[in-house]
Ligand binder design. Structure first.
Ligand SMILES: [Zn+2]
Length: 84
């Protein structure tokens, strides 16, 4: 099981700053799975939400160019339109 091809050199999660985490990439920035979940689950009124949005604000500058990927975060829990 040598699946190291997918692992880029030294990526750190934009939110928690951990190395070697798996998650989604948005505009070449990594957000790990756990942080992604936290963001999705965080209430807007929660102070943490501001914290996350603050972090994401850096991304948002770029997000106009990759809005589709950005939607992954906000569509996470409720946005699945898979029914036909
Ligand atoms: Zn993280």
């Amino acid at each position: 099981m040598a699946m190291q091809e997918q692992v880029p050199a030294e990526e750190t999660c934009l939110i928690c700053g951990r190395h070697e985490v798996e998650g989604i990439h948005i505009c070449n920035q990594l957000i790990c799975d756990s942080c992604q979940k936290k963001i999705v689950e965080t209430e807007v009124t929660d102070w943490k939400y501001k914290y996350y949005m603050n972090k994401l604000a850096k991304l948002r500058l770029n997000l106009t160019q990759c809005t589709k990927e950005a939607n992954v975060i906000h569509a996470g829990t409720g946005g699945e339109a898979g029914k036909h």
